[in-house]
Ligand binder design. Sequence first.
Ligand code: C5P
Length: 288
Amino acid sequence: MLTIRAYAKINLTLEVLGKRADGYHEVVTVMQTIDLCDELTLEPSADMSLRCSDPTLETEDNLVLRAADLLREHAGCDSGADIYLRKSIPVAAGLGGGSSDAAAALVGLRRLWGLEQAVSDLRPLAASLGSDVPFFLSGGTAIAEGRGDVITSLPALPRTHLVLLSPQVEIPNKTAAMYGRLTPELYTDGSRSARLRSGLESGASIDPDALFNVFESVAFGLHPAIEEGRRTMLDAGASWVRLSGSGPAMYAFTASAEEADAMARRLREAGHRAHAAATVVPSTSVAG
Ligand code: C5P
């Protein structure tokens, strides 16, 4: 049996440069894994099966099963696995939960089945599962370009505590819908991400003014629950609030773990779905 953690991410920057000929958007984004995580437990089996703490996710098109199928096909193996997915990362929130689960399935099953493929061989498989999936093969702090699938690792951000709020808003086909709402005036040139990158490379501490997310222009006005979540975080003591990915989850840094815990508790008491978390470099994610 093997247990593997699938960490969530936040986007420290997220810029859209323009629309591509393939229908995707060209992005530059600095991403960071955080210690809020799902957990996959993998057991060898003759067949493939997926059970999940959230039974609504036990579907054939779950990215975990699609990752398993793709890996079997790529490696030419007919091994199976019984997979149990314990979800903690809010679904379709902009925290990369489904993408991280898929990357964890690729890495974990490669190990469970004793495959010879290097983790770097998994990149094209990861990219075919979703634009965010390649980032989660290594996690940590990284800049992603192209449609989000071209990854360059960056020096790890010093451990930073944060509070997350995930409004319970259902936006059908959320990622595509949010990209679809972007207008060309919102496109930027990647310089915000380049500045943050050089700051990280020179070891400077992060200036919150360097953080940026293009989707805020559309998300914060989209649904009252998103704006209400943002205001509640500011009222609870956050001095700024950033959206993660295409939302609707948002985050703010705190000075300590205690402050993150206290703020998350206050937000939960006010009826919001909130978590305290910290940045993480997932070098020890395979536990079994
Ligand atoms: O790659 P992924 O399957 O996560 O993307 C979901 C949808 O989000 C795409 O079908 C596309 O509409 C949109 N998208 C985009 N540009 C990106 C990533 C995603 O337009 N860089």
